[in-house]
Design a protein around this ligand. Structure first.
Ligand code: ATP
Length: 349
């Protein structure tokens, strides 16, 4: 049965003066896949260890289906974890490795055989039951580790960078498998990664952490379209930033008065727009600009633009004819402009 997971003000410190995790509060709905994303050291693994019961937080509460699980030891939680390294017992067959959790729970042999077979089939490892882990590739070992987690039908599936030790081709295949297994089984899943693309591809929602704090929790698309801060926008790739002052429905900037499709409260703001949203055409929010650089990247060309001393970046299709020094009309479509409130995190830098 998929569980509903709630974290309320979860904080942890390993040493006296440093908080590895600060006041983390969020809910994961039954059957949802949430990615904990952030740079190295931001607290992702700490959070996952707390969810699995391997670590007791310094403060806050973790609830599964409304009940606190803080006093419950890992083996008695309805959670299964897959680590970065497969961690299989080397002397045991694939079948015995996958069945180990069932044995520990006292599931009778007759019953466990069928469950192990089903779990191996789901990760497409049926036919490998008699092999030892040493006779499998890294990707296959990780699939066995996933089967071992699934075999107990956990309410909560916890994945700690399970794809990061695989090479790029294998990783893509594994991503699809994880998504397929998670969706068909309806497991409530928390997936830890530092790879933004992986989080976007896999997750229903992303929890972005910096320095142990939750900076944004939303659907992947929202991180591109309406980032919570400049820091968030930058983590999700190159974005343009333009200071301005919002009043009467428009934002005064050095490029003129720009209209946004979302209402903006009056005051100082930083506008942001992604390079791929910049257009080269006349119309609303258009202005004269000069091309300052072009960089061919195979699937696209990145252009540097100078407009009234403001530097912007635009992405264009690879066959573009624009050259450095060309004079153009550029346009920032209202629906692609987003106003960041200027605050400690939104400060133009
Ligand atoms: P990575 O992606 O590199 O695994 P992470 O986001 O998972 O990083 P954590 O492992 O949760 O980060 O670490 C968060 C902070 O807590 C870091 O500053 C780290 O140095 C510190 N930390 C982690 N484990 C311990 C520990 N056992 N003792 C002391 N400090 C620790």
């Amino acid at each position: 049965m998929s569980a509903r997971l709630e974290l309320e003000g979860v904080s942890h410190r390993y040493s006296r003066d440093e908080w590895a995790l600060s006041e983390l509060s969020l809910a994961v709905e039954p059957g949802e896949l949430v990615a904990f994303l952030g740079p190295s050291g931001c607290g992702k693994t700490t959070a996952l260890k707390i969810l699995s019961g391997l670590l007791t937080p310094t403060g806050g509460d973790v609830r599964v289906d409304g009940r606190s699980v803080l006093g419950v030891p890992p083996e008695r939680r309805e959670a299964a974890m897959v680590f970065q390294k497969p961690l299989l017992f080397p002397h045991m067959s694939v079948e015995a490795n996958v069945g180990f959790g069932l044995k520990m729970r006292g599931v009778p042999r007759g019953e466990s055989g069928g469950k192990v077979e089903t779990a191996l089939r789901r990760v497409r490892m049926d036919g490998y039951a008699d092999r030892k882990p040493g006779e499998l590739s890294g990707g296959q070992q990780q699939r066995v580790a996933l089967a071992r987690a699934l075999v107990t039908e956990p309410g909560l599936l916890l994945l700690d960078e399970p794809l990061s030790s695989l090479d790029a081709n294998l990783r893509e295949g594994m991503r699809e498998l994880v998504k397929e297994v998670q969706e068909s089984g309806g497991y409530t899943t928390v997936f830890v990664t530092h790879d933004q693309e992986e989080a976007v591809v896999l997750a229903d929602r992303i929890a972005l952490l910096f320095d142990g704090r939750l900076r944004m929790y939303d659907r992947p698309q929202a991180f591109y379209e309406r980032p919570a801060s400049r820091e968030v926008a930058e983590f999700f790739g190159t974005a343009n930033f333009l200071p301005g002052r919002a009043r009467n429905g428009t934002v005064e900037t050095r490029l003129g008065d720009l209209r946004l499709s979302t209402p903006t409260p009056p005051g100082e703001v930083t506008l942001t727009i992604r390079p791929e949203a910049v257009r080269f055409e006349e119309g609303e929010n258009s202005f004269a600009a000069r091309i300052t650089s072009t960089t061919y990247l195979g699937t696209q060309v990145t252009c540097g633009l100078d407009a009234a001393g403001v530097q912007l970046k635009a992405s264009l299709p690879p066959h573009t004819q624009l050259r450095e020094g060309d004079r153009v009309t550029a346009r920032l479509p209202a629906e692609s402009l987003w106003a960041l409130e200027d605050g400690p995190e939104g400060q133009p830098g």
